[in-house]
Write a protein of this length. Structure first.
Length: 301
């Protein structure tokens, strides 16, 4: 039997494959299709302090090898998460990670303080959200803003704090170091890449919001490069994601330096993807006589 177990920030994962925020709801939608107990962990969609209505439609568009979305982190808020989703998740033996979003530092802190009293295992801070008091610039694109939001979140958090980085920056190593310096226990990357699509018949952007986040296999080489750079820049462990479709992709992210790998858009293409990836990684270890999955983390030099 191969060892697929990973200890990540003191939390035991039965395997390194988890869901990516916003692509798996809180698991309910997938419950009748796959055995949720097989997953290493579930990262639930972004949760904010109050309900967010999201952006106007159309807010999803297909592209070559991927999709654009401008859903805008629509969610019913942290109180609804605690009363409806947390009791559902409690039944499953998987690591539970809540993706936290906010328009201000106070909003992030409020969500974390409320979740401290639940059975959630870890927080993932989505710093791609627009900072309202700084004119809408995303927290994750400026080292000072990253430092401020991460240190406030870390102070509030009674569980390990993962900071999810935006790829829409010039130097990911600098942002990774700022997050680590402010107290991040781990990093995850990448979030979606800012993109745009224009309908040449209507001569208008396809998305009502004009721009959106690009995800899926088309972003994978960008993601692998950024995971490689970020994991070299920091000492804390890293979760890799961006376009993972099959077990080969997951192995690639681990060789680039990721200790865990998240599956996102692939779950829209085939809801069984994540389970196939877990089985595929296990088969890869067996065929290549690798006893412990930890032996492939960061081997690509
Ligand atoms: C429809 C949709 C909703 C998403 N919602 C969130 C979210 O709530 N919080 C977050 O941090 N990332 C969110 N993401 C980003 C994904 O978690 C992931 O970082 C990104 O899609 C890259 O991975 P992928 O190519 O495997 O999908 C969302 C992505 C999609 C496609």
């Amino acid at each position: 039997m191969n060892n697929m177990k990973i200890n990540f920030c003191g939390i035991n994962f039965k395997n390194p494959i988890i869901t990516a925020a916003g692509t798996f709801g809180s698991g309910k939608e997938f419950d009748s299709l796959i055995d949720l107990n097989k997953l290493g962990g579930i990262t639930v969609k972004g949760v904010s302090s109050k309900a967010w209505g999201g952006n106007p439609v159309p807010r999803v568009a297909e592209t070559y090898g991927g999709m654009l979305n401008s859903v805008g982190l629509q969610n019913p808020g942290v109180d609804a998460f605690i009363s409806e989703d947390a009791p559902f998740l409690k039944k499953y033996n998987v690591v539970k990670i809540v993706n936290v979003c906010g328009h201000s530092i106070e909003e992030y802190v409020e969500v974390i303080q409320k979740l401290n009293h639940t059975e959630v295992d870890m927080y993932e801070l989505n710093i791609s959200c627009p900072n309202v008091s700084e004119g809408g610039i995303a927290f994750g694109t400026d080292t000072k803003l990253v430092g401020n939001v991460v240190s406030a979140a870390k102070k509030a958090a009674q569980k390990p704090l993962i900071v999810k980085l935006s790829p829409n920056v010039t130097d990911i190593s600098e942002i990774a170091k700022a997050a680590e310096g402010a107290g991040a226990d781990a990093l995850s990357l990448i979030n979606t890449v800012l993109g745009m699509k224009i309908d040449i018949k209507t001569r208008k952007p396809v998305l009502a919001n004009k721009t959106g986040g690009l995800s899926g296999p088309c972003i994978k080489p960008i993601a692998v490069r950024m995971v490689y750079e970020a994991s070299k820049a920091v000492k804390v462990p890293v979760i890799g994601m961006g376009g993972v479709l099959n077990f080969e992709d997951a192995v690639e992210f681990m060789m680039a330096g990721a200790s865990l790998v998240a599956v996102g858009t692939a779950s829209f293409i085939n809801p069984l993807s994540i389970v196939n990836i877990i089985d595929g990684v296990n088969g890869y270890l067996y065929e290549n006589k690798i006893n412990d999955i930890k032996n492939i983390i960061g081997v690509a030099e």
